[in-house]
Design a binder for this molecule. Structure first.
Ligand code: 13P
Ligand code: ZN
Length: 274
C-alpha cells in the first residue's frame, strides 16, 4: 500500500491524534472512511478481490458496491500507525449492501470493527442528508462526555444547551446540537438503527456511559468536532465540580446574536429560559 495516499495518511493521523487525547484505551473506538471514485481507482492495484463476502449484520442498500477504509475489531488505535496493514482494512460492499469483503489489510486475519453496522448505517443516512459530502464516521471514548451521562438527564435539549454554554465556538461547530442514545448493548443492529436515526438530524451522537459518534466531510472537521464536544464537556465537568454556581453565562439572546454574526441557524428548542 502507498501510505502517502492522502485519505490513508489522514486516516492514520486521526488514529494518532485520538490516541494522544486518551480517547482510545485498548481497542476502544473505531473509524471509517467512505472512498471517493478516484480514491477507489488509486488503490485498485493493492486490492485482492478473492475474499469471500460476509454479512454486515444490517442492510445499507444506498451504499451498495462502495469501498470503505475501517479499523479492525479488537485492534488498538495505538498500533494503527505502527502497523497499518495489521490493524485496518479496506472493504467493499456487495450489490445489495448486505455483505462486505476485505480487499486489503488485516493481514494476519480479523474482521472490521464490531460497530460496522452503526458506521455503515450512519454513512448511509449522511450520504443522503449531506448530498454525498460526509465521508468520515468516528467513534471514541472521551472521559468527560461519558462522565456527564451519569449525572445529567439524558435529554438532548439540556445536554446541548449546557455544552453550548461552556464554549462560544460550540453552537457554531455543532449548530444542530447533539443526539443521545440511552445505554444499549453495543456492536449490533439495534444500536445502529437508534444511532443512525439521530444522525439524520445531528452530526454528534452520544452513547450514554460509552462514548460518542461524530460524522463529517473530512478527517479534520470530524476529529475537530469530537475535540470541541469533549473540551466543552471537560469545562462543564469542572463547572459542576466547582459547585455549579454559575454567576454568569452565555444567555439565549447572546446565542441569537452569535447566530446572526456567524450565519448559523440555532434551533429555538435549545434556547429555552431556565
Ligand atoms: P472494536 O474493537 O470492535 O472496534 O470495538 C471497540 C468499541 O469501541 C466498541 O464500541
Ligand atoms: Zn466503543
Amino acid at each position: 500500500m502507498d501510505y502517502n495516499i492522502k485519505f490513508i495518511k489522514e486516516f492514520i493521523q486521526l488514529t494518532i491524534n485520538g490516541y494522544e487525547q486518551n480517547w482510545h484505551e485498548r481497542n476502544g473506538g473505531n473509524l471509517s472512511y467512505r472512498l471517493k471514485d478516484e480514491e477507489v481507482e488509486a488503490i485498485q492495484k493493492y486490492c485482492d478481490f478473492s475474499g469471500e463476502f460476509k454479512p454486515i449484520g444490517t442492510s445499507v442498500p444506498k451504499l451498495a458496491g462502495e469501498y470503505f477504509l475501517v479499523t479492525g475489531s479488537g485492534k488498538f488505535f495505538r498500533n494503527v500507525s505502527l502497523d497499518p496493514e495489521n490493524n485496518i482494512c479496506i472493504i467493499q460492499l456487495d450489490e445489495k449492501g448486505e455483505n462486505y469483503r476485505i480487499l486489503w489489510g488485516l493481514k494476519n486475519g480479523g474482521r472490521p470493527t464490531s460497530e460496522l453496522p452503526t458506521h455503515l448505517m450512519n454513512h448511509e443516512i449522511k450520504k443522503v442528508t449531506t448530498n454525498n459530502k460526509h465521508r468520515v464516521i468516528y467513534h471514541c471514548h472521551p472521559a468527560n462526555i461519558i462522565a456527564l451521562t451519569f449525572t445529567m438527564p439524558l435529554d438532548n435539549k439540556i445536554i446541548t444547551r449546557e455544552l453550548w454554554e461552556m464554549a462560544t465556538e460550540c453552537p457554531v461547530v455543532f449548530p444542530s446540537g447533539v443526539g443521545i442514545v440511552e445505554w444499549m448493548v453495543p456492536g449490533g443492529r439495534d444500536i445502529a438503527v437508534a444511532t443512525s436515526k439521530l444522525m439524520d438530524k445531528y452530526d454528534v451522537v452520544i452513547w450514554a456511559h460509552h462514548g460518542i459518534f461524530c460524522s463529517g466531510e473530512d478527517f479534520d472537521t470530524t476529529f475537530g468536532l469530537a475535540h470541541t464536544v469533549e473540551k466543552s464537556a471537560e469545562i462543564l465537568v469542572k463547572v459542576i465540580s466547582m459547585g455549579e454556581n454559575k454567576l454568569q453565562t452565555i444567555t439565549p439572546q447572546n446565542f441569537r446574536d452569535l447566530a446572526v454574526d456567524f450565519k448559523v441557524t440555532l434551533p429555538e428548542e435549545f434556547l429555552f429560559e431556565k
